[in-house]
Ligand binder design. Structure first.
Ligand code: DQA
Length: 139
């Protein structure tokens, strides 16, 4: 089983960025932990701050991989292009957020991509990614 974890804008700053909200661990530190939790799954990690690069990546893997775990960062709340891209590919996409966006500013309450995704997990810190991978692994 092959799964892509795709992080969007500003998530390269995890560990440094607003640690009270996003925690103090970098994603580079977290990926090996995640891999050790799922030894039978091939996990690939990719991050971009650029919407079009994220779309290229989803198109690249979206007809062959078994799942995509997508934290689209702020593009979650704005991107019709990501919505269309998720709908265009065959691979199921799970939307994740580290924070519980529903307890935060109202502009974070609406997601442009949820309706195109298989499911949504938010508010569990970095554990949101593990939960999403488990969901994909369990079909
Ligand atoms: C986020 C929530 C978004 O609203 C925000 O723009 C992010 C991170 C999260 O993981 O909690 O960049 O997706």
């Amino acid at each position: 089983m092959k799964i892509l974890i795709l992080n969007g804008p500003n998530l390269n700053l995890l560990g440094v960025r607003e640690p009270g909200i996003y925690g103090s661990m970098s994603f580079e530190e977290y990926v090996p932990k995640l891999k050790s939790m799922f030894p039978d799954i091939e996990l690939e990690y990719f991050q971009s701050n650029i919407e079009g690069v994220m779309i290229d990546k989803i198109q690249e893997v979206g007809f062959s991989y078994d799942g995509i775990v997508l934290n689209a960062g702020a593009y979650t709340h704005t991107s019709v292009a990501l919505h269309d891209c998720i709908r265009a590919v065959k691979t199921p996409v799970i939307e994740v957020h580290i924070s519980n966006v529903h307890t935060r500013e109202t502009f974070r309450h609406h997601s442009m991509i949820s309706a195109a995704c298989k499911g949504v997990i938010c508010g569990f810190g970095l554990d949101s990614y593990r939960l999403a991978i488990s969901a994909l692994a369990n079909g």
